[in-house]
Every structure is written in C-alpha cells, then in structure tokens.
Design a binder for this molecule. Structure first.
Ligand SMILES: NC(=O)C1=CN([C@@H]2O[C@H](COP(=O)(O)OP(=O)(O)OC[C@H]3O[C@@H](n4cnc5c(N)ncnc54)[C@H](OP(=O)(O)O)[C@@H]3O)[C@@H](O)[C@H]2O)C=CC1
Ligand SMILES: O=C(O)C1=N[C@H](C(=O)O)C[C@H](O)C1
Length: 246
C-alpha cells in the first residue's frame, strides 16, 4: 500500500487485511525507500498518495514488475500516455502488467458519472458541483474533472452548442472550465466526497447526486480493482470499465 498512513491508505490497509483472499505485504509512505515495495513480493500495489508523486510511483512499480491500482488524483492525458508507453516498452519482468487508474472507486460515484454521460446529450445546460472535506489538496476533484470531460465528449458527439451563459464579467465566480463544462468546488468540514451534476432545459432540470459519507464506500471498488487488474494488461482508466458500464 503506497500512502499507507493517509486517510485512504489506512482504510485500504484495513480492507485488505479483512479480505480472506488478499495479504498486505508492505506499507510505504513519504520518506520510505522504494525497496520496501520492490522487495515485498507484492503482486499488486495500491497508490493513494499525492498528485505530485503518483506518476513516478507507477513507473517504479512497472519497473518492479508489480500491477498497480491508482486512486490518486492529478493524472493528465500526457501522464497517462507516458504510462501506456512505459507498459508497452517494459522488459520481460514487466510483460502483461496492468495499471488501473480510477478517479473514484465508489459505486455511487461511478454510476453518477455513467448516468451523467448518458444524459448529457439531451440538455442545453450542464454544470458540475463537487463538495469535499477541507483537507483535500486539489480542486476541482478528479471525479468532477472525469465527469465534466465525459459530459463534454457526449455533448460534442451530439453536436450540441456550448451551454448558454451571458456572463460578461466576474468569470472567477463561474468555476473552472473543464472542456467547456463549468465545475464548482466546495470545501466544508463534515463532508467526505460528494458530487452533483446539474442539467437544464427550458422548463425542466435533472440533478444527479452521489454522496460518499465514509471512506469505506470506496473499498468494494478498490478490492475489485485489485482482483481484476492482474487480468487486464495495459492501462485501464475508470472503474466503469471493470463494472461493464461502458
Ligand atoms: N479514487 C478514489 O476513489 C479516491 C481518491 N482519492 C485521492 O487519493 C489521494 C489521497 O487521498 P487521502 O488519502 O485523502 O490523502 P492523505 O493526505 O490522507 O494521504 C496521502 C498519503 O500519501 C503520503 N505520501 C506523501 N508523499 C508520498 C510519497 N512521496 N510516497 C509515498 N507516500 C506519500 C502522505 O504522507 P504524509 O502525510 O507524511 O505526507 C499520506 O500518508 C488524493 O489524491 C485523493 O484525491 C481519495 C479518496 C477516494
Ligand atoms: O480527496 C478526496 O477525498 C477524494 N478524491 C477523489 C477526487 O478528487 O475525485 C475521489 C473522491 O472524490 C474523494
């Protein structure tokens, strides 16, 4: 487990230790030598660290011949491409390795994203609001970015015009622009991880909302990914692929 002492890391360690078919063989954190992982005999590593280090961790795991399940945010098209290329060029010890990166392992979040992508083509307006605990270091959330990109792709495929918006000044109040979809981030003590996707037409509105009230909500998805990644060579992005929701 990479990031073992973190909020997600501790929860994953407990879930793995409670799973009869899995064994926790190494806990790795900031300042530790990577030999803790490389020499552990691990088949699969789970990374919940920080955006600044997660890509380097994945490259080190590929070099060590260890499959990777990644929940850490901060991934870009470029960093994902580098992982795909590394997997393709990997030596004999790393042949057939799988890397599964998911912006969200919660079933409610994965379903919300899937439903939003399906709904996107039918509405003139679409915006995303993500709401999180105030200790989160990045904004907007990886989940909200993934959601907005999927909405944008569906809108583009359907030939929709940009969401109407007459705003002339004060654009900073309109949230981040993710591929033309506005994303708003709330940070509030008491929250864990929540997302609302709003769609509007003249005279009607659809709101899709999901709430992770506890980090245990991510664990079935993380454990499913740990079991599945060994059967999926190459890079997989999004748990929706494992759940057959695409
Ligand atoms: N995909 C999903 O379903 C979910 C994704 N996340 C994402 O997971 C990530 C972690 O979230 P969370 O657990 O809340 O964050 P935390 O800050 O609680 O945990 C991060 C952990 O990573 C450790 N760390 C920092 N640098 C390194 C390093 N170089 N090598 C190894 N470990 C390091 C930190 O140690 P230290 O504190 O000593 O620096 C800390 O223990 C975030 O990007 C978050 O957005 C979160 C929840 C669900
Ligand atoms: O930092 C968090 O807590 C979470 N991060 C992920 C994200 O940025 O989407 C997943 C979930 O929202 C919790």
């Amino acid at each position: 487990m990479l990031g073992a002492a973190g909020r997600m890391g501790q929860t994953v360690c407990a879930a793995v230790e409670a799973a009869p078919d899995l064994e926790l063989v190494a806990r790795f954190d900031a300042g530790d030598d990577f030999s803790v992982v490389a020499g552990s005999g691990a088949h699969v590593a789970v990374d919940f660290t920080i955006p600044a280090v997660t890509e380097a961790n994945v490259h080190a795991l590929i070099d060590a011949g260890i499959h990777a399940v990644v929940g850490t945010t901060g991934w870009t098209d470029e960093s994902r491409t580098r992982v795909t290329e590394h997997l393709a060029q990997a030596g004999p010890a790393s042949q057939g390795l799988g890397v599964l990166i998911a912006p969200n392992f919660g079933l409610s979040a994965v379903l919300a994203m899937t439903f939003a992508a399906k709904a996107a083509r039918y509405f003139e307006s679409a915006e995303v609001i993500e709401l999180h605990h105030p200790d989160k270091v990045d904004a907007p959330s990886g989940t909200a970015r993934h959601t907005a990109r999927a909405i944008a792709a569906a809108r583009a495929e359907a030939g929709l015009a940009p969401s109407p918006d007459a705003t002339e000044s004060g654009f900073e109040a309109r949230g981040a622009d993710v591929d033309g979809v506005r994303v708003h981030a709330v940070r509030l003590r008491g929250l864990v991880a929540h997302e609302e996707i709003l769609f509007g037409n003249v005279g009607e509105q659809l709101i899709i909302r999901q709430d992770s009230f506890d980090r245990v909500s991510f664990m079935p998805g993380v454990l499913l990914a740990v079991r599945e990644v060994v059967t999926r060579p190459g890079l997989t992005v999004g748990l929706e692929n494992v759940l057959d929701l695409t």
